[in-house]
Design a protein around this ligand. Structure first.
Ligand code: DP6
Length: 326
């Protein structure tokens, strides 16, 4: 192919019903369906240039070379796109996050969503949103949810083609705000990919999976009805169930640090006092505090006053992955 280039942007997302564990690891077919919100204002912007002059793929993230592990994952993903486009041409990948990496926001979701959209366009492929979600999922499970806009459900499905994410409500459906409290920017010892691989070693994982449809149904209903009290209960329950699995895996994964627990307690107290607020935590010590736009300033200043909180980022519901004119 001649030199061919495209640029795409995608936002990370925060899961309200979590993805934890795969049925089929290499295809990232999850053990359970999940539900999330894209984080508007935060994004990864990625340019992919297929160039016949290149002997190997070259990947740059935020002006620095990627770790060998991250670089290999990108090359494997480009291989999927090359297979679909029937080409062997290598690519230059330039990626930039407008949010701090290592801040506890899953940059692999926005990263693989933007990479998928840019690489497919540069390779001349015209895929549907569903096909893009299927493809992004194979790079990083949560990336499947960063393809569609707003509030998104990823149905676990039964095979490669029916495990994809779709929008259940547009970004303007509900004025939720995610106030992300950063308590540590240290790199975690075991990331999501390693965690998914040992999730089945926890005796609690079976119970978590068996109960997923109940939690997912409750969360979807509360979200569509904009019922914050019901939403808050199920979001916290789902996050804590995933962490119970993590802490009882072999080896055990403890992501919480003392400030994480202090914030959980504070948030529950604020809610008992009448504020619409709840928490959810991914594979790290930072904590996503979800509230309504009208209360975001108040919640942010309360979070900043807590010991151990280094910074607070705010995000409203965001759009889907998009191709930029290049
Ligand atoms: C705890 O999508 O980051 O954030 O597929 O290995 O890239 P890989 O894992 P990833 O896992 C996300 C785990 C989570 C929960 C969630 O986002 O649903």
């Amino acid at each position: 192919m001649p030199v061919s280039k495209a640029t795409a942007v995608a936002s990370p997302n925060i899961a309200f019903i979590k993805y934890w564990g795969n049925r089929y690891h290499s295809l990232r077919l999850p053990v359970n369906s999940s539900l999330s919100m894209n984080l508007g204002g935060l994004f990864t912007r990625t340019t992919v240039t297929f160039d016949p002059a290149l002997a190997a793929d070259a990947v740059v993230l935020d002006r620095a070379a990627l770790s060998p592990e991250a670089s290999r994952r990108v090359t494997e993903h480009l291989d999927r796109v090359r297979a679909l486009a029937n080409t062997a041409t290598r690519a230059q990948v330039d990626s930039h996050n407008n949010f701090p990496t290592g801040a506890g926001i899953a940059s692999s979701a926005s990263g693989f969503a933007a990479l998928t959209v840019a690489a497919c366009a540069a390779a001349g492929l015209r895929l549907s949103e569903r096909e893009l979600s299927v493809l992004a999922r194979q790079g990083s499970g949560s990336a499947s949810r960063s393809i569609p806009a707003g509030f998104v459900e990823w149905q676990a499905g039964t095979n490669n083609d029916d495990s994809f994410a779709f929008s259940i409500a547009a970004p303007d459906h509900w004025a939720l705000v995610d106030c992300i409290a950063i308590v540590s920017d240290e790199h975690k010892a075991v990331g999501s990919t390693g965690g998914h691989a040992i999730a089945h070693t926890s005796p609690l994982q079976t119970a978590r999976i068996e109960d997923t449809l109940r939690r997912l149904g409750l969360c979807r209903e509360a979200l569509l009805a904009r019922d914050f009290p019901r939403f808050a209960e199920v979001v916290e329950e789902d996050s804590t169930m995933m962490h119970a699995v993590m802490m009882t895996s072999r080896p055990p994964l403890y992501y919480w640090q003392p400030p994480t627990l202090a914030i959980m307690e504070a948030v529950r107290g604020w809610r008992a006092g009448g504020l619409p607020v709840c928490f959810t935590i991914d594979a790290g010590p930072n904590i996503h505090v979800i509230t309504l736009a009208a209360h975001a300033a108040e919640i942010e200043s309360r979070l900043r006053a807590l010991p151990g909180v280094q910074n607070v980022l705010r995000a409203a519901p965001g759009g889907g992955a998009e191709l930029l004119g290049s």
